[in-house]
Design a protein around this ligand. Structure first.
Ligand code: GN1
Ligand code: MG
Length: 374
């Protein structure tokens, strides 16, 4: 398995050549977006452009299941959206052997799983939301995305990461990281840097159980995206329209509240996810209202109980992400890619500041969701 970001450029081009691109791969430029997989824009001699990705085998120990899901998801979207919809959905490029992925074997280098998509040209991606209109469009796109899977034929998609949004389980992993940190000087130093954050997540631990088994009685399992950040939407460059939902690795059974929660976590404020100064990590009620309106508009199938769960989703997902970043800081940054020391701790701090702001506005948030029209 290759360490993230440690790809040999020659090898990347060779791997690109194992897909049916209809022309020789002549260039591969790494995209440093996302914390998990490695992504490259590949160009070919015949002028084609593609997105080549190496699946992170540490995060996704069963890449076959990830790819089985993605084959089903992309085919289902093609059926739902029709043949003219190529810019509104991802299209996998088959490997030369006809499979929808390519596996490098130990003989050719590290054993890795690769996949390729057609590149959707003339689009932009955003790391932060800028206007309420944009928040509305992104939330509506994620809502519509879920809507398309209401009639996904059985069986349900695989759980590509079991317990992905099982927040109490995330706290258990945090406990283990905390205990393990004491066993090495480096770990102990990381623990000392995070004293305030360790205390803060402990204070909110009970909140983390709000969406777990007993309390979700009456909330249906849906097919949800599970990673609803603005950077997972491609916007049409000429019109600004939210064109295509990307990053399908964690699309699997889950609660609507997970997706809405993740939208609020990432789009109800204007702070960078890793800002060193947390002052911007405050809910902007206008952005929040746009998210609620957009999501309810897109996901017209939600039950009253699901609508009532949405604000809890925002609280739980923000807390969960704080715990996940903190755990990774204690573990030595093994899960989320970092570009500088302390980045995962900064990410955790942003989530905690946002959580405080969500809690302070709890009643307003519930009023806004309750009043949003569908
Ligand atoms: C990761 O794949 P990427 O970088 O968009 C993570 C999400 C987190 C997100 C935080 C498989 O998403 O769960 O919410 O970072 N994906 C996985 O930015 O863990
Ligand atoms: Mg993702």
């Amino acid at each position: 398995m290759t360490a993230p970001g440690q790809n040999d450029p020659e090898a990347v081009l060779r791997i690109a050549g194992r897909f049916r691109t209809g022309g020789r791969a002549t260039g591969a430029v790494e995209l440093r977006a996302g914390h998990i997989n490695d992504s490259f824009v590949v160009s070919t001699a015949s002028g084609g452009r593609f997105l080549l990705q190496r699946i992170n085998g540490y995060v996704f120990p069963n890449p076959a299941r990830v790819m089985e899901n993605i084959v089903r998801i992309t085919r289902h979207l093609e059926r739902r959206l029709g043949p003219e919809s190529a810019r509104r959905r991802l299209t996998l490029v088959p490997a030369v052997d006809g499979e929808m992925w390519f596996e490098t074997t130990a003989k050719e280098g590290p054993a890795d799983w690769w996949r390729m998509y057609e590149l959707i040209e003339d689009t932009t991606t955003e790391l932060r939301v800028s206007t309420p209109e944009q928040a509305f469009l992104a939330a509506q796109a994620f809502g519509r995305f879920e809507m398309h899977f209401v009639d996904l034929p059985a069986p349900p998609l695989h759980e590509t990461i079991p317990g992905f949004h099982d927040t109490p389980k995330r706290f258990d992993a945090f406990d283990r990281a905390l205990a393990a940190a004491n066993e090495s000087p480096v770990g102990a130093a990381r623990r000392r840097q995070a004293v305030a954050e360790i205390r803060s997540v402990a204070v909110h631990r009970d909140l983390g159980a709000r969406l777990s088994a007993a309390s979700t009685h009456g909330l249906p399992q849906r097919t949800v995206h599970n990673d609803c950040k603005i950077s997972n939407i491609l916007f049409d460059r000429p019109t600004g329209e939210a064109l295509c939902v990307v990053d399908l690795d964690t699309t699997m059974p889950g609660l609507a509240a997970y997706d809405f929660g993740d939208m609020v976590r990432s789009m109800s404020h204007r702070a960078d996810e890793d800002a060193r100064d947390t002052a911007g990590a405050r809910v902007d009620l206008e952005l929040f209202a746009a998210l609620a309106q957009g999501y309810l508009d897109g996901a017209g199938f939600l039950t009253a109980a699901e609508r009532r769960s949405l604000v809890d989703g925002a609280l739980v997902l923000t807390l969960e992400q704080a715990v996940r970043f903190l755990t990774d800081h204690l573990d030595g940054d093994v899960y989320f890619r970092v570009e500088r020391p302390g980045q995962n701790l900064d990410r955790c701090r942003v989530q905690l500041a946002l959580l405080e702001s969500l809690l302070a506005l709890d009643a307003d948030l519930r009023r806004v969701v309750g009043g949003a029209t569908t």
